[in-house]
Design a protein around this ligand. Structure first.
Ligand code: CP3
Length: 370
């Protein structure tokens, strides 16, 4: 409970000093908790990535995994992106697949192909062999978070405390990489295990929840204010299959992370039909992709949740007047209600003009007053 208690006591102090409670602490964390804010907070999925020259300069000398596993470099990449863009939150530079290594699963990133797991997990015996007792080996992510938290330890010029986001994958999305051996179009092998192996699938979900809980706890103890759980590929499931095969595990993960005292953001892509079920996880915030109008998405998750999103990342390639109109449409759909965090509906893609990303932040500062 420590983090939330910190925010509560901060608010009490600021009242005593005559500071508006609407500007106390972090507007990003406040919005996650559906508390009033001075303006809509903004950050971007994949804000430190290949579209950014500063990141590419670091990538010239280091592999993706080297960056993730070297706290000084991971912290620097995280901080540079947040400061260059002027956003209200920094997401730690890491990757969804990092927990595979301590679980005993070798993988690598191949240029142009993305992640590759050399021996995909297809049998109950292989699931049984996955380790859950070596989460400590991921502590380099916590060390990077400590550096980012120290850097952003004091409020910025506008008095706001920048939020620090830790993250992990959700059980289904991680299982899909383990079972397919990489990215997938139809998730045939994943669904074969899900439908057909009543031993392997639940055991895999349980093991992932154990590992991800430990990984999230390290990040919270290191200073993450919020944990985002990425269920990027869950949109491949029908509502019935999501409820039956995935919802119990992700609900348990959300429950355990919330018990650590931080808000949870739960994000997926192509989720319009899944949103009511996703909100049943108890997540504080649901991340919306761009296919659903923000107001309809918010209605689907219910008033008890905050929402994050949901500009189409490819509008960043559109002419300025179109981009501006789309940004204002997202803000209009949120209608200034407490609990909206501006973001894209999925990650920034390579080739995106950095100046357009910075321009959005400026527009949010201009038009996002609440
Ligand atoms: O700025 C940030 O958002 C933080 C960094 C971050 C990375 N991966 C670094 C990265 C985050 C949040 C992730 C999460 C992640 N990793 C997801 C979920 C996010 C989503 O898009 O829904 C997924 C599915 C992965 C797995 C993964 N990592 C894939 C499929 C790929 C290849 C994709 C591609 O475009 O090549 C990666 C590689 C990766 N992870 C890159 C970055 C910046 C790009 C490759 C590089 O720098 O070499």
């Amino acid at each position: 409970m420590e983090n939330i208690l910190n925010h509560v006591s901060l608010e009490a102090v600021s009242h005593a000093q005559g500071v508006s409670s609407v500007t106390a602490g972090s507007r990003f964390v406040r919005a996650c908790l559906r508390q009033p804010v001075d303006r809509t907070p903004v950050w971007f999925l994949r804000q430190a990535g290949r579209y950014m020259p500063e990141y590419m300069a670091v990538r010239k000398h280091h592999s993706l995994l080297d960056i993730c596993r070297t706290p000084e470099i991971a912290a620097e990449v995280t901080i540079t992106a947040a400061e260059r863009l002027g956003v209200d939150a920094a997401i730690i530079f890491a990757d969804l697949l990092l927990p595979f290594t301590p679980m005993g699963l070798e993988f690598e990133f191949l240029a142009g192909e993305g992640p590759v797991v050399h021996v995909p997990v297809r049998t109950a015996e292989q699931v049984r062999a996955l380790r859950t007792d070596r989460v400590d080996e991921l502590s380099y992510v916590a060390r990077a978070i400590e550096r980012v938290a120290a850097h952003f330890g004091t409020p910025r010029a506008d008095g706001d405390q920048l939020g620090i986001i830790g993250f992990c994958g959700a059980p289904f999305t991680l299982a899909s990489y383990m079972i397919e051996g990489g990215s997938s179009r139809n998730y045939v092998e994943t669904k074969k295990m899900m439908y057909g192996d009543g031993v392997a699938w639940p055991m895999l979900m349980e093991k992932l929840v154990t590992v991800l809980t430990g990984f999230a706890l390290q990040q919270v103890q290191a200073g993450a204010d919020v944990i985002q759980i990425f269920d990027s590929w869950v949109g491949a499931l029908s509502v019935a299959d999501y409820r039956r095969y995935c919802l119990p595990a992700v609900t348990e993960l959300v429950r355990r992370v919330r018990e650590m005292g931080v808000p949870v953001i739960y994000f997926g892509v192509d989720t319009a039909s899944l949103l009511p079920a996703m909100s049943e996880t108890g997540a504080d915030v649901i991340g919306l992709d761009w296919r659903v109008p923000l107001d309809a998405g918010w209605k689907a998750v219910g008033a008890g949740c905050a929402v994050q999103g949901n500009l189409d990342p490819i509008t960043l390639f559109a002419p300025g007047d179109v981009l501006k109109e789309r940004v204002r449409e997202v803000l209009a759909a949120a209608a200034g209600r407490p609990g909206h965090i501006f973001n894209l509906g999925h990650g920034i893609v390579p080739g995106t003009p950095v100046e357009n990303v910075i321009q959005i932040v400026e527009w949010i500062k201009e038009y996002g007053a609440q």
